[in-house]
Design a protein around this ligand. Structure first.
Ligand code: PEP
Ligand code: MN
Length: 362
C-alpha cells in the first residue's frame, strides 16, 4: 500500500513536468464498470497520464444528473491501482477536498463555476493548507482574468505548491460555433502573467461537440499550451452528461496521434539568428507606428483648437465615415481584414476624441 502511494507520488511529479500532459476520462463517473473500463482503454493508448472524472457535477438546472458523489471515489482509486493512471476530480467545497484526499486523488481541479466565486475558492484554499496536492484552476465562466488570477493567488497564499491553469473557454451572449468561446488572447495573457505555470487546454468544454475538437486542440498546441484535458467515454452517445462532446478512448488515441506537437523553442543557431533579426525589424516598425500615431494625435489636437475657436462639436459623423471607408479600401489592398481596421480605427478615434475633449475644455 505504502509503495503504491510512493510510486504514484513519483509518477505525479514526473507527469506534472511532462509535455504534453494528457488528461482524459468521462465528464461524469457513472458506474464502477464504466470508470474501470474507461481507465483500462485509456491506459491501453499509452498516451494518457491522468484519469479525470466528475464526481460532483455543477449542473445549470436542478433535476439533472448531479454526479454519483463520494461513492465513486473508491472506483477511481481502484482504476488507479489497476492501470497506474493518476487521478483527478473537480472539487467545489472543503468537504470535497477532504473526501478526495481521503481516497488518494492525485490532482484536484476547480471548475469554471467555482472559480467565479471568491468565497468558494477561499474555502477550498483553506482546506488545502498544509497538503501537497497539485491543483488545476479552470478559467471562470465569464471572461474576467482578474477572477482567474485571484483564484490562483488565493491558492498560492494558502501554500499550494503546484498550480496549473485550464483554459475551457468563456460564456458569451449570442450564438457562436463554440459552446464556450475560446477568446485565445485571454489564456495568452495568463501565460504572460504566470510564465512557466502549467497551462492546459480543455477543447471538450470549448467545443461542446466532437467535430471541432481536433482543430481546437491543434490551435492550443500551436499557441504553446502544455497539455490537454479531453473528455472520453466508453459509450459517448449514452453518457449521463455532456454526451455530445465526448469521444471513445480509441478515437482519442487517433486524435492525439494526428496532432502536430511543435517545439516551443529550439536551440538551432541559424533559426535563432533569423528570428532575432525579424523581431528587431518588428520592434523598429512598432516604434515607427507609435511615432506616427503620436503625430496623428498632434494633428487632432490642432483640429480641436480650430473646433473650439469656431464652436463646432467634436464628433462629426460624416467625416468619420469617410475615414473608415478610405481605410477599408486601403486595408483590403494590404491584406488587412475589415474587422481589424474597424477595431484599430475605433481605438484611434477614441484617443483622438479624448485629446480633443481635453483641448475643448482647457
Ligand atoms: C467538467 O470538466 O466536466 C466541467 C464541469 O467543466 P467546467 O467547469 O469547465 O464547466
Ligand atoms: Mn463535462
Amino acid at each position: 500500500m505504502e509503495t503504491l502511494k510512493q510510486n504514484m507520488k513519483e509518477k505525479l511529479m514526473q507527469s506534472w513536468e511532462k509535455r504534453p500532459l494528457i488528461i482524459s476520462g468521462p465528464c461524469s463517473a457513472e458506474t464502477e464498470e464504466q470508470v474501470l473500463e474507461t481507465a483500462q482503454r485509456l491506459a491501453n493508448t499509452g498516451k494518457v497520464d491522468m484519469l479525470r472524472a466528475g464526481i460532483w457535477k455543477p449542473r445549470t438546472k436542478p433535476g439533472q444528473f448531479e454526479g454519483i458523489g463520494i461513492t465513486a471515489l473508491p472506483w477511481l482509486l481502484k482504476a488507479k491501482k489497476l492501470t497506474g493512471l493518476l487521478t483527478t476530480i473537480e472539487v467545489a467545497t472543503a468537504k470535497h477536498v477532504e473526501d478526495a484526499l481521503h481516497f488518494e486523488t492525485d490532482v484536484l481541479w476547480i471548475g469554471a463555476r467555482t472559480t467565479v466565486n471568491p468565497f468558494s475558492v477561499q474555502e477550498i484554499a483553506d482546506a488545502l493548507r498544509g497538503t501537497e496536492v497539485p491543483v488545476l484552476v479552470k478559467n471562470p465562466i465569464n471572461p474576467d482574468l482578474d477572477l482567474w488570477s485571484g483564484a490562483i493567488e488565493r491558492l498560492q497564499k494558502a501554500g499550494v505548491q503546484n498550480i496549473g491553469m485550464i483554459h475551457r473557454g468563456f460564456s458569451s451572449y449570442g450564438n457562436t460555433e463554440y459552446r464556450n468561446a475560446p477568446m485565445w488572447h485571454l489564456p495568452i495573457e495568463m501565460k504572460r502573467r504566470y510564465p512557466g505555470m502549467l497551462l492546459m487546454c480543455d477543447p471538450s468544454h470549448i467545443c461542446g461537440n466532437r467535430t471541432l475538437l481536433q482543430q481546437v486542440a491543434q490551435k492550443s498546441i500551436d499557441l504553446d499550451f502544455n497539455g490537454l484535458m479531453i473528455e472520453s467515454h466508453i459509450d459517448p452517445d449514452n453518457a449521463w452528461s455532456d454526451a455530445r462532446q465526448q469521444v471513445t478512448p480509441e478515437r482519442l488515441n487517433e486524435m492525439l496521434g494526428s496532432l502536430i506537437w511543435r517545439m516551443g523553442n529550439t536551440n538551432e543557431p541559424e533559426f535563432i539568428n533569423a528570428l532575432a533579426h525579424l523581431r528587431e525589424q518588428i520592434n523598429q516598425v512598432d516604434d515607427e507606428l507609435l511615432t506616427l500615431i503620436g503625430q496623428r494625435m498632434k494633428l487632432a489636437d490642432k483640429i480641436g483648437i480650430y473646433k473650439r475657436e469656431n464652436n463646432i462639436t467634436i464628433l462629426q459623423t460624416s467625416r468619420w465615415n469617410d475615414i473608415l471607408e478610405r481605410a477599408f479600401e486601403k486595408g483590403a489592398q494590404l491584406g488587412l481584414s475589415k474587422e481589424f481596421i474597424t477595431r484599430y480605427f475605433d481605438a484611434v478615434h477614441l484617443e483622438s476624441i479624448s485629446h480633443q475633449n481635453k483641448i475643448m475644455n482647457e
